[in-house]
Design a protein around this ligand. Structure first.
Ligand SMILES: Nc1nc2c(ncn2[C@@H]2O[C@H](COP(=O)(O)OP(=O)(O)OP(=O)(O)O)[C@@H](O)[C@H]2O)c(=O)[nH]1
Ligand SMILES: [Mg+2]
Length: 432
């Protein structure tokens, strides 16, 4: 996700990083480069212009903070403004006061609606809700089958009407079933067309009028770039969207759609699809996405810092583990201890995808480091080497042993997994 954009932005921002003092012409010059990168990534030109105006104003206006270099300050400003561009805080879904809440999923043909319906249902079920899916794409006979198969796969029931029947009638019946069976949320899969046309919009409008959905989510293919933005505009005008789900962000999408939609359409991106399986849906957290866009390049900075702080022996050991593609909890603990030595911890953690998120907002608590240690030390050596064997009962034991909660153990395992994934990525980038 955002790989290309990240790399290019990083090299554009690299100019800033090295400078001790930044003058106005330098800033303008650097931002011109950023502008080129954004336009190349197919970001809408108006959005780009406004974005740069904000960054420039803040960059010129900001007074020098002694602790960080002016260059780093600008990178931080770019990060904040990227997050602003993507949305305001973590996106949320709207819920009805009485059962069922209805989410309508709309979009063009092949954008990923049906897959996304299943991904969303799985996610909501995991959160303890009881979804019901309604197959309201009645044009292609295979469409209903596809949803039924997905429903079976994720263990979520699907309401299907007769082929050829009216989608509105099917949806209405599905609402009744949801009410009867106490399914708290009904997710309606709809038919797509190759392009926006009146019959499709009419049908969707009728569905909307009848269902009064809490969410109308547009599924748009991120790979289509500015086209996705136009499509979102069209759907929003006709239906009034509540949010957008961008799919295929795992592909070589250039980022333009993601960075332009909110600026142009004014509707938030709520989720991003990052693969074909039912687990590949992520909440579109603006801070986190902005972090990802810029973080990729920070890997280099992190490595440099690590090289300075780690003693060579430990470093070699860790590198060898990475090279072998094995990164265990023991290595994680070693790395965490080393990281502690690297100085401004927050800064370091911001460079590790996942780690910043796992840390509480407003700073890193040294106490939490101790908790992490306690949890890992409560594991057997076997568990540390093969964390995949950590089932519920083992986790409960570890929680008890370390005096921490199971939720905290789970959180740590999640963080560890992210780091592991990151290590795999880094493997390909390391010069050794
Ligand atoms: N790589 C990737 N593929 C995706 C993603 N989301 C959906 N797809 C794929 O895109 C294709 C179309 O997905 P569908 O869910 O059938 O799309 P649809 O919008 O329901 O299509 P119609 O019902 O024909 O209008 C499938 O091959 C999906 O596996 C994603 O986030 N990443
Ligand atoms: Mg479909």
């Amino acid at each position: 996700m955002f790989d290309e954009l990240g790399k290019k932005l990083d090299s554009a921002l690299g100019k800033f990083r090295q400078r001790g003092i930044l003058t106005e012409p330098m800033i303008k010059d650097g931002l011109r480069e950023v502008r080129r990168v954004l336009l190349e990534a197919d970001v809408n030109y108006k959005v780009t212009r406004e974005f740069l105006q904000h960054v420039q104003e803040r960059s010129l206006g900001e007074q020098v903070v002694k602790a960080v270099s002016p260059g780093q300050q600008i990178v931080k400003i770019v990060h904040d403004e990227l997050a602003n561009l993507l949305g305001e805080g973590r996106p949320t879904l709207h819920w009805a006061s009485s059962v069922p809440t209805v989410f309508m999923v709309v979009g063009l043909q092949g954008s990923g609606k049906t897959t996304t319906v299943a991904k969303l249902a799985k996610r909501l079920a995991k959160e303890g809700r009881e979804p019901l899916l309604a197959a309201c794409d009645l044009y292609r006979p295979a469409a209903v089958d596809q949803l039924v198969t997905l429903g079976e796969q994720i263990g979520v029931p699907v309401y299907q009407g007769e082929p050829g029947s009216d989608p509105v009638a099917v949806a209405k019946a599905a609402v009744e079933v949801a009410r009867r069976d106490l399914r708290s949320v009904l997710i309606v899969d709809t038919a797509g067309r190759l392009q926006i046309d009146e019959p499709m919009m009419d049908e969707l409008r009728r569905l909307k009028g009848d269902l009064e959905p809490q969410e109308i989510l547009l599924v748009a293919d991120a790979m289509t770039g500015q086209e996705a933005v136009k499509i979102a505009e069209g759907f929003d005008e006709a239906l009034g969207l509540t949010g957008v789900i961008l799919t295929k962000m795992d592909g070589d999408a250039r980022g333009g759609a993601a960075l332009s939609i909110r600026g142009v359409v004014g509707k938030p991106i709520k989720f991003v699809g990052v693969g074909e399986t039912v687990d590949d849906l992520e909440l579109a957290d603006p801070e986190r996405l902005a972090g990802r866009i810029l973080q990729l390049g920070d890997v280099v900075g992190l490595v440099e810092r690590a090289e300075q702080a780690m003693d060579t022996e430990t470093q070699e050991e860790l590198q060898e583990q990475m090279l072998r593609g094995r990164f265990t909890l023991e290595d994680f603990l070693t790395a965490m201890r080393q990281v502690q030595k690297m100085g401004p911890l927050e800064q370091v953690l911001k460079m590790i995808p996942g780690a910043a998120k796992a840390m509480p907002a407003g700073g890193v608590d040294p106490k939490r480091m101790k908790h992490v240690e306690a949890i890992i030390l409560s594991m057997t050596p076997g568990e540390r080497r093969r964390p995949e064997i950590l089932d519920g009962s083992r986790r409960a034991r570890i929680a008890k042993g370390s005096g921490r909660s199971v939720a905290e153990v789970n959180r740590l395992m999640k963080q560890f997994k992210e780091t592991q994934k990151f290590m795999k990525q880094m493997k390909g980038m390391m010069p050794f």
